[in-house]
Design a protein around this ligand. Structure first.
Ligand SMILES: [Zn+2]
Ligand SMILES: [Zn+2]
Length: 113
């Protein structure tokens, strides 16, 4: 399996600790080569465990298993699912929304005959 970023192939077949990292991206098992890990938060792009937030995930038998806490199931590929459906609006946000609405109102009215 090549590196999912640069498509480089693992050329060192030696057993033991590999500098290549495994992860899950959009529900697919991927490998990241040492070059692409360097100097960046490479885990930020990967799927994360819905329970513990770890990116140490593996795909097994069509399931994503967290190697940190052992949770299996659908990964957080859709990040929006982690958010509460109804977020409470703070007073500041409410005021801002009111201003935007008023501004929109003015613009819309201006266009009317
Ligand atoms: Zn790479
Ligand atoms: Zn976990």
């Amino acid at each position: 399996m090549p590196c999912y970023r640069c498509q480089r192939r693992q050329d060192d077949p030696a057993r033991g600790a590999s500098p290549w990292k495994r992860g899950v991206l959009a529900g697919e098992q991927v490998l990241i080569c040492p070059e692409c890990q360097r100097g960046r938060d490479w885990t930020a792009e990967l799927d994360r465990c819905a329970s513990c937030g770890s990116s140490a995930l593996v795909r097994t038998l069509g399931e994503t298993i967290c190697r940190s806490c052992g949770t299996s199931g659908t990964p957080t590929g859709s990040r929006s699912s982690a958010r509460a459906p109804h977020e409470s609006t703070s007073p500041e946000q409410g005021a801002l929304a009111e201003q935007v609405r008023a501004a929109l109102d003015r613009v819309l009215r201006r266009d009317r005959p």
